[in-house]
Design a binder for this molecule. Sequence first.
Ligand SMILES: NC(=O)c1ccc[n+]([C@@H]2O[C@H](COP(=O)([O-])OP(=O)(O)OC[C@H]3O[C@@H](n4cnc5c(N)ncnc54)[C@H](OP(=O)(O)O)[C@@H]3O)[C@@H](O)[C@H]2O)c1
Length: 279
Amino acid sequence: MSGGSKRDEPIADPIRGRVVLVTGASSGIGAASAVALAEAGATAVALCARREERLREVLERCREHAPGSAMFPVDLVDLDSLPELAQRVEAELGPVDLLVNNAGVAKRRRMPDLTVAELDGVMRVNFYAPVVLTGALLPGMVERGHGRIVNVSSMGTRSAALRVGAYAASKAALELWTEGLMLDLLGTGVRAQLLVPGTTRTEFSQPTDDNEPPFPPDPNAQDAADVAAALIALLRSDDFEGFASDAHAATSLAKRSDPNAFLASVRDHLAPPTTGSDR
Ligand SMILES: NC(=O)c1ccc[n+]([C@@H]2O[C@H](COP(=O)([O-])OP(=O)(O)OC[C@H]3O[C@@H](n4cnc5c(N)ncnc54)[C@H](OP(=O)(O)O)[C@@H]3O)[C@@H](O)[C@H]2O)c1
């Protein structure tokens, strides 16, 4: 393994003086992260999402700190357009040092009712778009000998995938793909990291026509700014994955250390032993 290479040492400051691309920057965690990265010294933030009005509002806030910032409206479902998007960003702002694949769509649907077309839509935004964007920007990063890719997953992979099996599957794919990327990039100076937020107060949980109703409000939900702060801390750490609270880290550890016990307790909570017929 070439992990001891000098070029794998953390770069002095992964944010200050850097060009950053954030997907899903029009709202929620992406908008908060874009502003936080600008405040932390990025020279330019490329803001990507579909809603132009919302991007414009975030752009104004980013430009207060990172005047070189710009917005690049895009529909990530259109995977073929993404290499050209990456080229445009680099032509306008310079080489991208940090890619934050944050955009995501929810899919609240019981597994027996899920269609392949629905799964495909979720996989495109949550998994394939990060893969294609990374593929477009990675050769330049490797060539320059430094760069960072942060993929935003979800505690949906670390708790119970109840009614969100498709969403959790897309994030699970993203997690292991990111782990593979991190390992395969050892020695190049480019690092891949994973941010694993839990329930966050954003538009993500709002009712939509293509989702089953949202879950009841979570009293422990965090603000998008807390998750943005966790992103900044992750970037400044040597860790592969980062959480937005110690409780999330503990839940993740509990499931990983004994998945049978963890899921048995979830199952007992949902369907007490005397009433269940699938046990
Ligand atoms: N909120 C939570 O409880 C929570 C928990 C764990 C993980 N996460 C993850 O955090 C990330 C951000 O979510 P959020 O909570 O900030 O939700 P949000 O406010 O709904 O933000 C989602 C972002 O993704 C963008 N997006 C969605 N579909 C897109 C498409 N086809 N093309 C381009 N952009 C698209 C949206 O922009 P446009 O609509 O303008 O395109 C928006 O900027 C997601 O990956 C989500 O899975 C959220």
